[in-house]
Design a protein around this ligand. Structure first.
Ligand SMILES: Cc1cc2nc3c(=O)[nH]c(=O)nc-3n(C[C@H](O)[C@H](O)[C@H](O)COP(=O)(O)O)c2cc1C
Length: 202
């Protein structure tokens, strides 16, 4: 199974990129045969969606598009910024087409320096999928106190309860995501999906 991970912070030293890398390490070590592509928005590699070009320049987007098309499931990692998803994450989802990610399952993982992280979950659940038909799964994971957690190696003796619980929750959610990855492949292969007639969602 192939996974695409989006790390949605624009910051160069993003704490949520650490989360995305931790997710990658779980998938690569604990999911037999998994291939993982991690794409980070650190440094703002993609320009804002633009009407004239109809999206990111081909030279930038084509390699991303190829990775998205070959993925069975996605993980979208975003920090909470001002009670929002990062603009880069929304811009990325605006660039994605149903041909690339339609009816593929996606796990939302958010990060907060404190006890935040709920708002971007709510925001993604109500947006970001209408035309590209990404399928948010019902599990999500919020990484609280992100600077304090996911630093020590797994199994470290002095791990806090929050750190340990976060790791368990991530592992569980990724297992659920993988099952949706298998299940939704049948939906895409069913012959029912019709993005020619129904180009945009309602
Ligand atoms: C511009 C900005 C706004 C932020 N707003 C919030 C917020 O509304 N709620 C919150 O819990 N954390 C907020 N944070 C803290 C981030 O959640 C925290 O820095 C975390 O490390 C994730 O950001 P990063 O991946 O960009 O490092 C904000 C951080 C930045 C840079």
């Amino acid at each position: 199974m192939k996974f695409f991970i989006l790390a949605g912070s624009h910051r160069a030293e993003a704490a949520s990129l650490k989360v995305a890398r931790y997710v990658q390490s779980i998938l690569e070590r604990e999911h037999a045969g998994a291939a993982v592509h991690l794409y980070s928005l650190s440094g703002n590699p993609l320009p804002l969606w633009d009407e004239a070009s109809g999206g990111a320049p081909d030279a930038l987007w084509d390699p991303i598009s190829a990775e998205l098309k070959s993925a069975d499931a996605l993980v979208v990692v975003t920090p909470e910024w001002g009670g929002m998803v990062t603009p880069g994450t929304k811009n990325f989802l605006l660039n994605c087409t149903a041909d690339e990610i339609g009816h593929k399952p996606a796990l939302i993982v958010t990060a907060s320096a404190t006890r935040g992280g709920s708002y971007p979950v709510a925001e993604l659940r109500m947006s970001g999928y209408k035309n590209n038909r990404l399928n948010w799964i019902p599990e999500h994971v919020i990484v609280h106190h992100v600077r304090d957690n996911l630093n020590a190696p797994d199994g470290a003796a002095d791990m806090t309860r929050e750190d340990s619980a976060t790791r368990l929750r991530l592992r569980y959610a990724l297992k659920v995501l993988a099952e949706y990855g298998k299940a939704l492949a049948q939906v895409r292969a069913s012959g029912v999906i019709d993005h020619q007639t129904f180009k945009s969602g309602m």
